[in-house]
Ligand binder design. Structure first.
Ligand SMILES: [Zn+2]
Ligand SMILES: [Zn+2]
Length: 286
């Protein structure tokens, strides 16, 4: 039987690289996700290459591998709005450059919203947007991961088939450079029930049908604050939400999910922080 893949958290970094490494070490994590720039802005602060390289080397030394970068919250490749679209494509290219500079293996993307158009038009825009970053992707080792979303409003990526439709529209040179990141809270809120081993297996089968299970490279582990199929994205502590301990036990131990790297994006509040949620996950991994 394969053993469990790396486990970690979304590590907040800012410019405080040494503090982030110290936190990673204290938590004993073996992978992580970071923002390479301010997630609420379009801007990218200049990189201190030496400091960034040291940061990455330090993480590797303590066994944190892989590292994924997560997109900012503004990027929207689904839209027809020329201004947002232009900014989003420029930002996508920059995200690749920064993810590579930070030595990230993956870049996780929320593909965007279709707004006033149809879902299929939005999906076409997303694929065209990714294709326009083809050169940047081919010059980089970073793999783009399309994230499953809860489906608030006109978000693209609620149904596995939405993401599945993007792949055939990608240029063939980048077919192998794009995968999927699955977020447990998002899929649960989008109507994929994983609360028993049978249901979790059926959900994994639906992933396989929509885009191929081999495309899934990274997992976000979050419990859900809102009930099943609510389409509201609110993360909860592991086992304290509507997915519950049984749901995580079922999902984490599925043979296709088990070896994948996983990170937590759970709240840090008076109830719990990362140490308790990491411990909760480890207890469920058999
Ligand atoms: Zn995300
Ligand atoms: Zn979320």
């Amino acid at each position: 039987m394969a053993s469990h893949g790396p486990l970690g958290i979304h590590l907040s970094v800012g410019q405080k690289y040494d503090d982030a490494v110290a936190e990673a070490k204290a938590l004993g994590i073996s992978c992580c996700q970071i923002f390479t720039h301010n997630p609420r802005g379009w801007g990218f602060a200049p990189i201190d290459e030496k400091a960034v390289k040291k940061f990455r080397d330090d993480l590797r030394k303590i066994g944190v591998d892989p590292v994924a970068s997560h997109c900012n919250y503004l990027i929207n490749l689904g839209t027809n709005d020329p201004e947002i679209r232009g900014k989003s494509i420029a930002c996508l290219k920059k995200e690749f450059e920064y993810a590579a500079a930070f030595g990230c293996q993956y870049f996780v993307l929320h593909v965007g919203k279709y707004k006033e158009q149809t879902m299929d038009e939005g999906i076409g825009n997303v694929a065209a947007g990714i294709n326009s970053a083809k050169k940047d992707m081919m010059n980089s080792k970073v793999i783009l991961l399309l994230e499953t979303v809860a489906g608030q409003g006109t978000e693209i990526g609620k149904d596995f088939s939405d993401l599945g439709k993007i792949f055939p529209l990608l240029d063939k040179e980048i077919q192998d450079k794009v995968g999927v990141c699955v977020d447990t809270c998002h899929i649960f809120e989008a109507g994929y029930d994983i609360r028993t081993p049978e249901k979790a297996a059926a959900v994994v089968e639906r992933m396989d049908k929509a885009f191929g299970i081999g495309r899934v490279k990274f997992i976000h582990l979050n419990d859900a604050q809102k009930e099943f199929d609510s389409r509201v994205d609110r993360h909860q502590h592991i086992g304290r939400g509507f997915i519950g301990l049984a749901g995580f036990r079922a999902f984490l131990n599925h043979p296709a999910i088990k070896p994948l790297p996983k990170i937590l994006e759970t709240p840090v509040d008076e109830e719990r922080g990362y140490p308790e949620n990491l411990a909760a996950v480890k207890k469920l991994q058999v």
